[in-house]
Design a protein around this ligand. Structure first.
Ligand code: PGD
Length: 766
């Protein structure tokens, strides 16, 4: 059978059926396809798929209301008409009795590639059209701290991250890439909306071949590829700000900083310099001071400072660094360090937050807009910083700080989740379980029985992209892909769009939601915006049918002008940045005015509260997985093949393993004050001593859901992580780090049941 084009967040591909099996092939132009494509074929008909609408027995029996049995109750299979009638009635009840702010539709998550069927976009559009809006969330789990601090001190997130340094510039100009947190290829293999060519590893190789020196600062050696000759500085996790300060100190005392740049384009250097040199607090932030915090050698720190001052240097800060306590500080201090070198705005130099953290960064932008689905107007103003979800549910009406203001948590009665997996992305999962017990109704559309679906009251089976038509496109990828349908819907699964259309009909909002279009009608409509922009540019602008038949369309690429981060250097007053002062804010009067002890007016070393103890002596790094995107298709072949005895793999240093009698391949138990999980040990010197690394994404699998803080037998690190914000400024996710003990698990090994679907129970009274 013919190959049909399709796409995913981790790569464009085509699929065809042979002997009843779906075979997936990477896009032929992709020089470095992601092995994660190997997870897709299993999605078509895996037992973990949700086959029919299901309603929690207790919700059917007693109706909406708080219930701590969520996650431990049985599910009753219910027909589509009945479940849609019940859900529409419940949405109307909550809207009428409590107002739309009582519906939380933030529904964070990566969902799937495809501009039309994007799950959150569909949900938001539906809630706006059908009930007048919803309480929402701001920012992301990826970049919660950076999204708030960067616009205040340097420029808009998009300008700093996406429209800044390109990989071509690195390969052509950069002498030293100082990569805090590295630039792991597993992360840049992913880009929301789809990636047609994976270029990052090739660009790093080309740069290294020309002579670029890569310096990896971080506890894990494989956060830069092995074949680019990187220098590895394995510092203590979470101490990058101290290292940056010491580099800055050496630059300052040796007069290697660019005073002219600091005077012309920055504000606050004198105040910061007093702190750096110890004049304001009596502590000089010198290399010896930082050595005691970071575990690095003081002479090595001084040598690194001299090196970065000696040529074109690019400072990058990986997203992971700010997904931690005081996560704003390394992002801001990276800006200050680069400002001291005076190269912000020069090709291949300066500062590019998160270069190498996603496939969108370091690439040229398209010259035409890609299709987007309008979401309508949200009539509700109540919001939360995204990672404060459990706080919101546990403390309705309580006040919280965010970015200089006090806000109030809405009183959530109905929680609606599509395209995300809080039991993957949130921290302190036992607390999340308790928080979910507080709402009246929890609705989830899911292709698969994730733990989130298992905690819902109403579970509606959703199609995957493989089962529907869509358009894949991203603003920094030149290929727009016609995603053809590769499989029939699994069981009774429906598209999110079809589910919302049926609900909108029941709520009298069908026309407002659908605008009279079916799926094909929407795809052609969304495509027409790009088609018109192409025609306006004089580029080939095929009509929708031609695009669909061709399977892809190459979009023209815009000029690489570097945007405001290049242009500011030419301003006659040196004050052209969109910060309050127009300059790079080394000291921010605005942030100082907020008076937050955990985020003062200039970057600073703020010792963390969550540090190793005698009981929990190891530092856990809970980072992004290499074998799947987040938790998606964890049952797929590639993810499964990389587990050991069905468990996620954690890595630890030989010294730490030997001290605990742990051998490579042993099943271990990771434990701390919040919970425990099993994992399989990989013993390696690629991890700093004192550190254990367990990636996110293994589906939460409680041994006994009736217990508090049950053991997760599969290896989900978010049973261990802390549910606290980065600071009062950004309130971002801090899931990257915590402390644990690790011990060999010698008990009988409980089976992994995360992928077994619940067995339907009888209807109450039935
Ligand atoms: P995914 O596994 O991508 O995780 O968290 P996120 O919730 O995005 O979840 C997407 C879900 O959507 C899947 O269950 C999938 O089946 C479902 N889905 C996909 N397509 C569709 C669709 O079309 N319709 C419907 N209804 N459902 C669909 C990711 C988040 O985790 C992120 S972005 C980051 S950066 C964070 N990283 C960390 C971390 O570094 N460390 C820790 N400890 N925790 C983290 N959590 C965060």
């Amino acid at each position: 059978m013919t190959d049909l084009p399709h796409s995913s967040h981790w790569g464009a591909f085509s699929g065809h059926w042979r002997d009843g099996t779906l075979t997936v092939r990477p896009h032929p132009d992709d020089p470095d396809p992601s092995p994660v494509l190997g997870n897709l074929p299993a999605a078509v008909a895996h037992p973990a798929r949700v086959a029919a609408p299901m309603v929690r027995r207790g919700w059917l029996e007693r109706g909406p209301g708080p219930d701590d049995r969520r996650g431990r109750d049985g599910f009753v299979e219910v027909g589509w008409d009945e479940v849609l009638d019940r859900l529409a009635a419940e949405l109307a009840r909550v809207r009428d009795e409590h107002g739309p702010a009582a519906v939380f539709g933030g529904s964070y998550g990566w969902a799937s590639a495809g501009r039309f069927h994007h799950a959150q976009g569909q949900l938001h559009r539906f809630l706006n059209a059908a009930i007048g809006g919803y309480a929402y969330s701001v920012n992301t789990y990826s970049a919660g701290a950076a999204e708030v601090i960067l616009p205040r001190v340097l420029g808009p997130f998009e300008a700093v991250v996406r429209r800044n340094i390109t990989w071509e510039q690195v390969a052509a100009h950069t002498d030293t890439v100082l990569a805090f947190g590295g630039m792991a290829v597993k992360n840049s293999a992913v880009g929301a909306g789809g990636v047609s060519r994976h270029v990052e590893h090739g660009a790093m190789r080309a740069a290294a071949a020309r002579g670029t020196r890569f310096v990896l600062v971080g506890p894990l050696r494989d956060d830069l590829p092995p074949d680019i000759g990187a220098q590895w500085l394995p510092l203590v996790p979470g101490t990058d700000t101290a290292l940056m300060l010491a580099l800055a100190h050496t630059l300052a005392v040796e007069g290697r900083h660019d005073r002219a740049f600091l005077d012309r384009y920055c504000v606050g250097w004198p105040t910061f310099e007093r702190y750096l040199l110890g004049r304001s607090d009596g502590v000089a932030k010198d290399a010896a001071w930082a050595a005691g915090i970071t575990g690095l050698d003081a002479a090595e720190i001084v040598a690194l400072a001299r090196r970065i001052a000696s040529g074109r240097t690019l400072v990058t800060v990986a997203q992971s660094l700010q997904r931690a306590e005081h996560g704003e500080q390394p992002v801001w201090m990276g800006v200050v360090l680069a400002a001291m070198l005076g190269q912000i705005g020069l090709p291949g130099g300066g500062y590019n937050y998160a270069l190498g953290s996603l496939a969108h960064y370091g690439r040229a932008r398209n010259a035409v807009p890609v299709p987007t689905l309008r979401q309508g107007v949200n009539g509700v103003r109540a919001f939360i910083p995204v990672a404060r979800i459990a706080d919101m549910l546990l403390n309705p009406g309580a006040e919280f700080d965010y970015d200089g203001r006090r806000h109030t948590y809405p009183d959530t009665r109905l929680l609606y989740w599509v395209g995300g997996n809080p039991f993957h992305h949130h921290q302190d999962l036992d607390r999340l379980r308790r928080a979910l017990g507080r709402v009246d109704t929890f609705v989830v559309h899911e292709p698969a029985w994730t733990a989130t679906a298992r905690h819902a009251d109403i579970v509606l089976p959703a199609t995957t992209t493989l089962e529907r038509e869509d358009i894949a496109a991203a603003g920094t990828d030149p290929l727009m892909i016609a995603m053809h349908r590769l499989a029939e819907p699994f069981g009774q699964a429906r598209d999110d769009y079809a589910i919302f259309t049926a609900l909108a009909r029941r709520l009298g909002a069908e026309e407002a939601f659908t605008e009279g279009r079916d799926v094909r009608g929407w795809l052609a409509h969304l495509y027409s915006r790009t088609q018109k922009a192409l025609a306006d540019l004089g580029s080939p602008a095929p009509d929708f049918e031609e695009f669909w038949a061709a399977g892809q369309l190459r979009l023209p690429v815009g000029d690489d002008d570097g945007g405001i981060l290049r242009a500011f250097r030419d301003d006659p007053d040196g004050a052209a940045l969109p910060t309050p002062s127009g300059r790079i804010e080394i000291f921010s009067a605005t942030i100082a005015g907020f008076d937050y002890p955990d985020c003062p007016g200039h970057p600073a070393w703020l010792p963390p509260a969550d540090v190793p103890t005698a009981r929990y002596p190891l530092r856990l790094v809970a980072n992004q997985p290499a074998t799947r995107l987040h938790s998606q298709f964890d049952f797929g072949a590639h993810s499964a093949a990389n587990k050991i005895r069905d468990r996620e793999v954690c890595r630890l240093h030989p010294g730490d393993a030997a001290a605990r009698g742990i051998a490579d391949g042993d099943v271990v138990r990771l434990v701390n004050a919040r919970g425990a999980c099993l994992a399989a040990a990989r013993v390696t010197d690629g991890v700093r001593a004192g550190v254990v690394q367990l990636p996110t994404g293994a589906w939460y699998d409680p041994l006994d859901a009736s217990q508090d803080a049950p053991l997760c037998v599969h290896g989900n690190p978010n049973v261990l992580t802390r549910d606290v914000g980065t600071s009062a400024l950004a309130q971002g996710c801090t899931g990257q780090h915590t402390v644990v003990e690790v011990e060999r698990f010698d008990g009988p090994l409980p089976p992994v049941r995360a992928f077994d679907p619940p067995v339907p129970v009888a209807r109450p009274g039935g």
